[in-house]
Ligand binder design. Sequence first.
Ligand code: ADP
Length: 527
Amino acid sequence: MQDWSMRISHVIDHAAREAPNREIVTRWADGSETRTDWAGVHRDAKKMSQALLALGLKKGDKVASLAMNHARHLVSWFGVAGMGGVLHTCNPRLFEDQLEYIVNHAEDRVMLYDAAFQPIVDRMRDKWPTVKHYICFDSGEHAPAFEDWIGAQDGDFEWVGGDERDPCMICYTSGTTGNPKGVQYEHRSTILHAVSGLQPSTFNFSSSSVMLPVVPMFHAASWGLPYAGAMAGIKFVFAAVNDPAVLHELMLKEGVTDSAGVPTVWLAHFQYCDREGIDLPPLRAATIGGSAAPRFMIERLMKNGTRVQHAWGMTETSPIGTVGGPTHEWDQLSFEEKVTKTMKQGRPIFGVELRIVDLDDPTKVLPRDGETSGALQIRGPWVVKRYFKAEHDAVTEDGWFDTGDVGIIHPDGTLQLTDRTKDVIKSGGEWISSVELENAAVGHPAVAEAACVGMPHPKWDERPVLFVVRKEGTDCSSEEITEFLTDKVAKWWLPDAVEFVDDIPHTATGKISKKDLRERFADYTLG
Ligand code: ADP
């Protein structure tokens, strides 16, 4: 067979050749809208590669972005890789000491940023000594504007070639414990991940797909969507603001068929539709990942005629590990059964393998019996082997990466996440899933958000305590919540206390931060 180094440049060449006029629409933060297409992204990516080389960058150099979703950010996904560089998508919601750490650790040379993040750039500039060039994706009052910067090039450029195992992107974990850790993706791993991503059992992309990814492009390589979308020549609709009214309008106006985001995005969309008294947009498919979607969310989207699927993964897995598309017996299932199945995290996509091991003895591999839960491990070509600049591999001797998640694997391969290793509650030698308690609690009409943590207990080691934020204008007692939970979880799982709080702390990616919650209630006592 012929040589064909798996480089990202093939992806954009293919999109520009086979789907040149398929549109890429952007709604900018100022409300304006621009339209380009795959031929335009290809042309601009070539100019961008030239512009980076003109700045003196070399193969392997890192280029950071601090930006929302838009066509210029998409261009960077190809333009940086096209000159052999490594794109470092930074999460603007990280704490500033984390932003300082990751940019210095990656040794980023260029910072591409949205004007909306100018205040962050101004505060961080002196703390980022490796960054020599700032380019603003918007009009650029304080730095060259992206369009002018690439506009100075002619686009007559041969992509920089190289080994398919060269790095092309780096993402950092949000570092809920210790410093964030860098995961460097290779051209090869990225292409393999994207090929699996466009399959019917994953994102089900074809040239008729119109995807509005709500998941920000700075989050875990945005689930591989930009590259998978380019491979299938789909139409992309980007919104540089995360406002449900804007998303809704774009979905209707641009004929959006598919979307992807974390559960809070859908929650905000529901609230918007309820306020306005309007229907949800007629989406073909909605992928939910990042944290578990509650039952009512899945039900409502499914009743809307939308195929709902959980995607599970993490920065360390590029990120897709499992996806919950319909299984072979789908048509025979009742609506309730379909919802129950969709609440699980789905099945591994081709390329990755999963197993669960004993929480106390990781050498003991546990059965896939749909009952036993254990520490979830994964391996495959787009799973991290060693963190960036780390001295040791992050995998077991036989190549498995420990995810830090706890789950059950069902006989048909479906993964059901039950907790994270550090959050699972050990009561009298038995495990209680904090996540299941939370999911059950948010089903109560007065509960806006719930977080469950194990608190030290003199007799049982740990017992669950449920922290609840009540919905505005509602009232309910802790007894009512406990009563509500009685037929939903085992009796011995019922929380020892339900505490009402005004807010629950979140991480930069919008997940509940149990670490902060535990710190806030460090003096809490039970018993
Ligand atoms: P961080 O660890 O930086 O918050 P990641 O995006 O890497 O960011 O988070 C990965 C974690 O998110 C997983 O290990 C898992 O605990 C959780 N997660 C991801 N997808 C799902 C899902 N579909 N259902 C439940 N939890 C999920």
